[in-house]
Design a protein around this ligand. Structure first.
Ligand SMILES: Cc1cc2nc3c(=O)[nH]c(=O)nc-3n(C[C@H](O)[C@H](O)[C@H](O)COP(=O)(O)OP(=O)(O)OC[C@H]3O[C@@H](n4cnc5c(N)ncnc54)[C@H](O)[C@@H]3O)c2cc1C
Length: 459
């Protein structure tokens, strides 16, 4: 296994990583990259063992419903890159199970790769979303054939790929880019049915970064995003060679969607696990600020917090259902139920804005206008700010201001905006969850009930 220091050094491998147009040679000297780098390194140190046979326990697939459930609190606590790696490896294992009959030649490669990834203690990121060009056109019908990642050359020992994967979480920080087709492919689109693991430092790979990290701002005014930021990336594959042993699908269009479906499931499970915590955190912020404002007993404020609690509890119930109705692959690995994972992700994403609206409605305008913490350090301002931000002997101005900063940072500023879009889009937009629901919902039972109610079933 790697220590945090060894992990940091492992990224000095000639990779082409950019921030605001500049090639970044040293992550530790670039503040927006140094913060996530340290968080990931801390994750390495947390699980490090000097035992040569040890592997990170979080990269071992759950062998029982209980093990699957036990991972959930860990998922929300582990650094995001380790979670993404967990999701990538679980995706490969579930996909291998689904390819066993239709494309068995790829199964041993996938299994060997997963084993090696565990032994090497590497991190892998999920590269699925393509540039996609004109959304109404299939990959092979695009004016630019590279709008979806594709194979441009096949050689005896590997393939050459070209294209781009967009919005990739933490791509610059991993060792491998787990490339998978974003959708099902049709006959004639064989070159787009490509799944493979690409080392980040492969010649031809370029990675840009965007971030909500509050660069140059006082961390105390951004209590969450200053210590918990992870850049998202555009990953460019400019004719990149991938050796055969790292190719997990090449050509069979009928199997192209297997990876996306498996990944979507694990991503949404991760998303739901975060949403459950996030929903509870919103309830907590609403409760604290109502108390600090002196409105905790006002009926409309209580009702809004009740609604937020119901929302948070429904999400938890959906997560519980997804886990308690888990399924098993032919190899004995447990994975959550598709339908419950997806409807819960949908419900959380679709109602997030309404819950934030309640919070903002309860909190008041100081969410965006509260003085900065450095204002409190100015001796002329401090007594005045204390006087006017305080709401009584038990609530100091500084305490109340800190809650406003937490609310702004998580819901109304750069990180808050990122949350709004991410809840909707990550793991696929609402449409993707509607499709899974349509496919899995027991519509026949519903129709039978309706026919019975209408006296048309003959029963
Ligand atoms: C912060 C963040 C992190 C992310 N992390 C990752 C990651 O690590 N790896 C990864 O692979 N992806 C990642 N994603 C990408 C995410 O899965 C996509 O944003 C999402 O699938 C939507 O794709 P898009 O952004 O290209 O939008 P579009 O595809 O343009 O979709 C926009 C809207 O148009 C609709 N739409 C598009 N095409 C059609 C169509 N043909 N028919 C009907 N409706 C259509 C969609 O449903 C959606 O409502 C991340 C996204 C975000 C915001």
């Amino acid at each position: 296994m790697l220590t945090g220091r060894q992990y940091k050094d492992s990224l000095k491998d000639g990779r082409k990583v950019y921030f605001e147009g500049r090639l970044i040679e040293d992550f530790e000297s670039e503040p927006v990259l140094a913060v996530p780098l340290q968080a990931i390194a801390d994750g390495y140190d947390k699980y490090y063992s000097a035992d040569p046979d040890a592997v990170n326990p979080l990269t071992i697939a759950p062998r029982s419903p209980e093990e699957l459930r036990d991972r959930i609190p860990v998922i929300t606590e582990m650094d995001l890159l380790l979670n993404v790696t967990y999701q990538s490896l679980m995706t490969l294992l579930v996909a291998a199970g689904r390819l066993a009959d239709s494309a068995p030649e790829f199964v041993p490669r996938i299994q060997a790769y997963v084993e090696q990834a565990r032994r090497d203690d590497i991190r892998a990121t999920e590269c699925i979303t393509d540039a996609k060009g004109d959304r109404s056109l299939a990959p092979a019908k695009q004016s630019d054939p590279d709008a979806y990642v594709r194979v441009v050359d096949r050689q005896a020992d590997g393939v050459v790929i070209r294209g781009a994967k967009l919005h990739i979480t933490a791509a610059a920080f991993g060792h491998d880019l787990m490339v998978m087709p974003t959708k099902s492919m049709k006959p004639g689109e064989e070159d787009y049915a490509i799944a493979c693991a690409v080392p980040v430092n492969s010649p031809g790979v370029h990675i840009t970064n965007t971030t909500y990290h509050p660069l140059g701002r006082d961390p105390r005014d951004h209590p969450v995003s200053s210590r918990d930021s992870v850049p998202d990336s555009m990953v460019l594959f400019d004719d990149v060679f991938v050796p055969n042993e790292r190719v997990f699908l090449d050509g069979p269009t009928a199997q192209a969607a297997v990876f996306a479906h498996s990944l979507g499931l694990w991503e949404r499970l991760g998303g739901v696990s975060f949403m459950v915590n996030q929903a509870d955190e919103l309830v907590g912020l609403a409760s604290l600020i109502a108390e600090a404002n002196g409105t905790a007993k006002v009926s409309h404020v209580r009702e809004k917090i009740d609604e937020m609690m119901i929302h948070a509890t429904l999400l938890r119930a959906g997560l519980e259902a997804a886990l308690s109705r888990s399924h098993v692959t032919p190899d004995g690995y447990y994975y959550p139920d598709d339908m419950f994972t997806n409807v819960t992700k949908y419900h959380g994403a679709a109602n997030f804005n309404a819950m934030v609206r309640h919070l903002h409605d309860i909190a008041g305008g100081a969410v965006v206008t509260a003085p900065s913490m450095s204002d409190f350090e100015n001796p002329d301002l401090k007594p005045l700010l204390e006087k006017y931000m305080s709401t009584g002997p038990d609530i100091t101005g500084e305490y109340r201001t800190k809650i406003f900063h937490a609310i702004r940072d998580t819901t109304a500023d750069s990180y808050g905006g990122w949350h709004q879009v991410t809840n909707l889009q990550s793991g696929g937009g609402l449409f993707a969850q509607r499709l899974v629901t349509r496919k899995n919902y027991d519509i026949e039972r519903a129709r039978a009930l309706a026919l019975k109610a209408a006296g048309l079933s003959g029963a």
